[in-house]
Design a protein around this ligand. Structure first.
Ligand SMILES: O=C1C[C@@](O)(C(=O)O)C[C@@H](O)[C@@H]1O
Length: 270
């Protein structure tokens, strides 16, 4: 069960697909950035909508206005048009998970639901833990069902910017995500040593062997760079690389990533 087909793309272990995040805050810049990323050697676009939302003054009050939703739909429509068939991930990353948006999970869920309903994106990223190691199963269930109802796929994600959980913890998190109904389970954790990256790869290989997934497993930070390339071999299906600007520590630019992947896996893509 660790293969996922999205449009014409097959996500599985092996050479990972490259996803590039759109990180601008201003709508015009978002579109220009999207156009420029579309020319880059990548296979997936991620709209980090928290960068846009984080720049809106008094976000919760703005959410009372119809224009707020229309503006998001307009941007999504433009991104979808420019993507021209390239799969799109919609992400609202909260501050506690390293993003730019600080508001109640119910509000964030509402925005995710709008994106799913729009039919303009392929994946919705949903954060697995609400606070610390708490999972709000009721809200999570509601969001997953809502996304699936609109034929969108769910990426359940977890980020740890401080440390690398040990392999059994990593395995435990991914298994819980898969059991909740994630179409893709994603864990990005900080590697402060080679050992940390090895632990992430070890957990990835174990999960892959046990048919858990598909997964996106990322070692963040300088020490994690090699694992962003090799994790595919162990079972991770997507790696993230930067276009305009990195969206997480240790992300390399998309041209470098493509070259590293070509060298590591042989051949070319994209
Ligand atoms: O979750 C991820 C992975 C990421 O954090 C990274 O480490 O490359 C980058 C984010 O944009 C994306 O949403």
């Amino acid at each position: 069960m660790n293969i996922l087909k999205i449009r014409e793309m097959v996500l599985e272990a092996g050479r990972p697909k490259i996803a590039v995040p759109i990180v601008s805050a201003d709508p015009k810049e978002i579109i220009a950035e999207c156009e420029s990323i579309r020319q880059m050697p990548c296979q997936i676009l991620e709209w980090r909508a928290d960068k846009y939302l984080g720049a809106i003054e008094n976000l919760e009050a703005a959410m009372e206005q119809k224009e707020f939703y229309l503006d998001i739909i307009k941007i999504l429509d433009d991104i979808n048009f420019i993507a021209a068939g390239m799969p799109i991930i919609f992400t609202v990353r909260s501050k506690s998970q390293g993003g730019d948006v600080q508001m109640g999970q119910e509000h964030i869920a509402e925005i995710r639901s709008l994106a799913a309903q729009s039919g303009l994106v392929d994946f919705i990223d949903i954060e697995f833990f609400t606070a610390g190691s708490t999972v709000d199963e009721v809200l999570l269930r509601k969001q997953i069902d809502e996304v699936h109802k609109h034929s969108c796929k769910v990426i359940l994600s977890h980020h740890d910017f401080l440390e690398m959980p040990n392999p059994s913890e990593l395995v435990g998190i991914v298994k819980r995500m898969a059991n909740m109904g994630a179409d893709i389970c994603k864990v990005a954790a900080m590697a402060s040593s080679k050992e940390d990256s090895k632990n992430l790869l070890k957990a990835t290989a174990f999960l892959n062997k046990n048919d858990v997934g598909p997964m996106i497993m990322i070692a963040m930070g300088e020490h994690g760079k090699p694992a962003r390339v090799s994790a595919g071999k162990y079972g991770s299906c997507i790696t993230f690389a930067s276009g305009k600007q990195e969206s997480a520590p240790g992300q390399v630019d998309v041209y470098t990533m493509k070259k590293w992947l070509d060298d590591y896996y042989g051949g070319e893509e994209g």
